[in-house]
Design a protein around this ligand. Sequence first.
Ligand code: PGA
Length: 254
Amino acid sequence: MERKLIIAANWKMNKGPAETVEFIEAFLPGAEELSEKCDIVIAPPYVSIPAAAALLADSVVALSSQNVSDQDAGAFTGEVSTGMLNEVGARYVILGHSERRAIYGESDQFINAKVQKVLAAGIRPIFCIGETLEERESGKLEEVLRTQVSGGLADLTVEHMTDVVVAYEPVWAIGTGVTATPDQAQEAHAFVRTLIEEQFGKEVAATTRIQYGGSVKSGNSAELMAQRDIDGALVGGASLEAVSFRDLIANAVA
Ligand code: PGA
């Protein structure tokens, strides 16, 4: 089953509007050619989304946000709704990132509410899962992934699931420079695909794109993407500089 690669830049709390414009102007030349083999997504902080949208509107690069509210509107100080994201042209939303889970206490149930809200708004979730080092070392990898997948993707229709991108990000590999080996990553991805199959059936599982995240860079993107069940990457640190992010994608599609 052919699955087009999808590589997304997760800028986290980096780059205001000025730096966002600088990055995109440097990144866009050459992006069209890369996009033939790989969907490209950039997720700036909320305040930089309008500046990014203006430059990306007629481009091959899709815009994402890094979070969204589970509510439509009203007295929710500090929150942003799916309606607002639609208005500024965001086509993806990163949900369930380990930083949201660990620092802001987001539960599987809460993430599920956001996933449903995003899908109902016609936006695509990039749904993140992954285990800590302690969980992996104590033999809980499969249990953790099973709980995150069944909880975070609960009550989704098969049709909705076809709009979901999954990102497997072992927490111990995020921002640490320690990447999962291609074998470790492949093993986890294959397991995640069986979980999707159990929940949504063979056909959906075969077409769902599963990104790997955690210290992906231009030097390791090729061997990771060469794995059978790895269909893209969610990239933090190495997505902050235009030329190296482009190299990362170029190596991944080569
Ligand atoms: P990293 O972050 O590439 O800096 O490890 C990945 C992520 O958190 O999505």
